[in-house]
Write a protein that binds this ligand. Structure first.
Ligand code: BG6
Length: 487
């Protein structure tokens, strides 16, 4: 791994505290950082180095998956410096360049620079512009940029943002984090589909009846109403995480297991996603918003009663949709996707329901053959199981479903941010969103955004603590299916 300077914008912010510093610390402990690494934290607040180190120490102590040892923490902190930066001030970037060059000299780093923008998206273009103008981006080593969603608010704003970023960075230098792509079981989808001939042979419309992708949460809008009320589930989860899960599930065997081929295959999926007409939207999309209810024995307020949410807000906190992929592998297979807040459980999973031509084989014995299901549990626990039919000798050979189950050991697994930052250190962009995927995803959901904004699709209220609006169940039932819980 090549040595580099890691320049972190927003180093005193929430994401840095909860995710980035704990991830860096764990990577350091696992010796997965470059041998020469200098971390420069940037923030608006005046802070002494000692104060900033204390801040990082608190962050690691509170949020790292490991209990840090004092000695290792001290050694880790030695790699970190801090300076103030006002994103809009040109002079501050000149000072930053000087500091970067000093660090490069001190650590013998050949100009490799990694910029992480852990700041509000409204600063992305200003920072990119100044990185170029100040000369920070003109280096003899490599440069890389990490940014976090939201990548725009709709297709136009996303394109505008991307154009700004492209003034300073090439597409190959940009790493767009979608933290779902950092989840081990999501990364594992590729191996499940491609390294197992048994599954690969069945991974198409000849054998699969439908695919269900669910991301349900029990939390509500929390303290993020300012952002969420303008975004809704459609922008917060559907446009990015859910469509990424869809691409990862439906992509076809790439020629090679490498970033460019995998991302090509993902892009082909979203290119084949059937556009939704206004009639399709009425028939295939369900929009919901949570009302008051009870979660784990606690009464919770309706979305519109949450602090910071606009009165009479029409923002969606739940979206379910039926999608079709018009290519030779998936023609005729419905993909059902749903995501929502304040639902009955926290669970992200993909359920593959196989076709069941033998359903009636045991009809003379008064028994029905259940469909085979392949359940990939992504969150909170990682597991996979294959549901098969088997005879129970204790019940006169009655058919029962049994499950072949695998779950991995949770404690030792690196967090999504660890895996993703490690990939950026190594220059591997496989599990980052390519601009084409992002743009096509915005284009595809655009008619939905219009329908939501113009209120041409009903907003169904659902009670907090349930599985969402009953219309989402009907969406699947009218095709003769049911949502599988995966249990
Ligand atoms: C974030 C969304 O991207 O993902 C949040 O902004 C959501 O609203 C979160 O709660 C869910 O992530 P996870 O990893 O808990 O499923």
């Amino acid at each position: 791994m090549e040595s580099m300077t890691f320049v972190l914008f927003g180093a005193t912010g929430d994401l840095a505290k909860r995710k980035i510093f704990p991830a860096l610390y764990n990577l350091y402990i696992d010796q997965k950082v470059p041998s020469a690494l200098s971390v420069i934290g940037l923030g608006m607040d005046e802070m002494t180095l000692a104060d900033f180190h204390q801040h990082v120490k608190d962050a690691v102590t509170s949020f790292s998956r490991r209990d840090p040892s004092e000695k290792e923490l001290q050694a880790f902190l030695e790699k970190i410096v801090y300076t103030t930066l006002d994103a809009k001030k040109e002079d501050d970037y000149i000072k930053l360049l000087q500091l970067v060059e000093e660090q490069e000299k001190a650590y013998d780093i050949p100009g490799n620079r990694l910029f992480y923008l852990s700041v509000a998206p409204m600063f992305f273009d200003t920072i990119a512009l100044h990185i170029k103008k100040s000369g920070l981006g003109s280096t003899k080593g490599f440069k890389r940029l990490i940014i976090e969603k939201p990548f725009g608010h709709d297709v136009e704003s996303a394109q505008e943002l991307n154009n700004h970023l492209n003034h300073a960075f090439e597409e190959e230098e940009i790493y767009r984090i979608d933290h779902y792509l950092g989840k081990p079981m999501v990364q594992n989808l590729e191996a499940l589909e491609f390294a197992n001939p048994v599954l690969q042979a069945l991974w198409n419309n000849q054998y699969i009846a439908n695919v269900q992708i669910t991301a349900s949460e029990t939390v509500g809008v929390e303290k993020r109403a300012g952002y969420y009320d303008g975004a809704g589930a459609i922008r917060d989860m559907f446009q990015n995480h859910m469509l990424q899960l869809l691409m990862m599930t439906a992509m076809h065997l790439p020629k090679k297991i490498c970033a460019s081929d995998i991302r090509d295959e993902k892009r082909k999926v979203i290119e084949s996603l059937r556009p939704l007409t206004s009639t399709d939207i009425q028939q295939s999309v369900v929009r919901g918003q949570y009302g008051a209810g009870e979660i784990k024995g606690k009464t919770v307020p309706a979305y519109t009663d949450e602090p910071g949410v606009k009165e009479h807000s029409q923002t969606d906190t739940f979206v379910a949709a039926r999608l079709w992929i018009d290519n030779e592998f998936w023609q005729g297979v419905p993909f059902y996707i749903r995501t929502g807040k304040r639902l009955s459980e926290k669970s992200t999973r993909i359920v593959i329901e196989f076709k069941n031509p033998l359903k009636d084989l045991y009809v003379d014995q008064n028994q029905e053959v259940a469909p085979n299901l392949f359940v990939i549990q992504i969150n909170p626990n990682e597991s996979m199981s294959l549901q098969l039919n088997s005879k129970n000798p204790l019940k006169n050979g009655q058919l029962e479903t049994v499950s072949i189950h695998f779950s991995s050991d949770q404690d030792e697994i690196p967090e999504a941010y660890e895996r993703l930052i490690y990939d950026v250190f190594r220059g591997d962009s496989t599990f980052f969103a390519h601009w084409k995927e992002v743009e096509l995803a915005w284009k595809w959901i655009d008619p939905l955004l219009q329908a939501f904004q113009n209120n041409t699709l009903p907003l169904n209220t659902y009670e907090a603590g349930t599985n969402g609006p009953k219309e989402a169940d009907e969406l699947v039932q009218k095709d003769g299916f049911t949502w599988w819980t995966g249990k």
